[in-house]
Design a protein around this ligand. Sequence first.
Ligand code: PGA
Length: 250
Amino acid sequence: MRRKVIAGNWKMNMLPNEAINFIQQLEPLVKDTKNEVILCVPFTDLFYALLHVQGTNIKIGAQNMHWEEKGAFTGEVSAQMLKSIGTEYVIIGHSERRQYFAETDETVNKKVKSALSVGLKPIICIGETLDQRESGKTESIVTNQIEKALEGIESKNLENIIIAYEPIWAIGTGKTATKEEANETIAQIRKKISELYGQNEADGVIIQYGGSVKSSNAKELFEMSDIDGGLVGGASLKADEFAKIVNYDK
Ligand code: PGA
């Protein structure tokens, strides 16, 4: 049985004092869950968040990184920098970064390799646009994205990788993929992983759904056979709402 992983993606929200308050509110609400709980926070919140989750079951991730170890890359943060303060996860290839910051399948692949090389666990985002879905290209788009993201990655690393299937048309729009649509596409991604690495590996890899997940739809989505939890944007900004999503099975 795969575990369920519920990750919040705060995007460019939350000042350090807000992050600390949030963690203090969330901690008692999720302390008894058997699901994995992750908060992916802005760089400026990382250190505070890491201090305040000590001794709790909440894990912390960043939202981006550079693939080089160090050097003349003004404004960038390396995998080693994130790891050195105790960060456990990093989102790579979010559609907002692909759309606004020139992230490509190639840079995603370089970042995934760099993160794994220092023991940072990537949450790799893939997903199709509305046009692509409507023209029947979803499967070819997402399987191509995942194949490129994982190029040159050995199977032993798969247990440290999370994949987030996020249809772009469902992000921040209030429009959720139906549980059947989400499950079908995630099963296609899993099939691609079985072609690349074998059935055992594919059966073990965590694949989340993301895109307008909220407490009112989390249960029906996360109970589907291939959906292993969610990457949650807007609904991860309120501790009580996020806790309800984490506790969807209670
Ligand atoms: P949303 O964002 O839940 O606000 O749609 C999800 C994401 O971008 O990861």
